[in-house]
Design a protein. Structure first.
Length: 133
């Protein structure tokens, strides 16, 4: 009993933080926006089509599609070359602020330069899916 009381009192701040944030929704594969995007990918896009997403392993696990990450710190030209080599068909762009961990300024810059090679095939408040033309 003494040890339990010590652990509880020693972690009081941590327990208070958890209690205050218990209703917060953490962005991830289980939030409503991500679930809609995952369902669209799983149900509407060809299974063998290669996609680019910021969290490739998670998306591949949830959709059974081949997914690669965006090439960070590569030039737009180098990214375009790699996308052609790997036969990328879709880019999945998360609509998040620049301070979000999944934000990619590199992907945004790439899309600004190569937008004519893509068309939007699906969009929500949280994501935009581009198909390569």
């Amino acid at each position: 009993p003494l040890i339990v009381a010590f652990l509880f009192l020693g972690n009081k701040d941590f327990i208070t933080q958890i209690s205050q944030r218990k209703n917060d929704v953490i962005q991830g594969p289980q939030d409503a926006g991500s679930e809609r995007m995952i369902q669209y990918v799983r149900d509407s896009l060809p299974e063998k089509s290669v996609m680019v997403f910021c969290k490739p392993r998670a998306l591949a696990l949830y959709t059974n599609h081949p997914v690669t990450s965006f090439y960070r710190n590569a030039t737009n030209e180098k990214s375009e070359e790699r996308f052609q080599e790997t036969h990328v068909s879709y880019l999945i762009y998360p609509k998040v602020s620049s301070d979000n961990e999944i934000y990619s300024g590199d992907m945004e810059a790439y899309l600004n330069e190569y937008e004519k090679k893509y068309s939007i095939v699906w969009e929500s408040n949280d994501y935009r899916i581009y198909k390569r033309r």
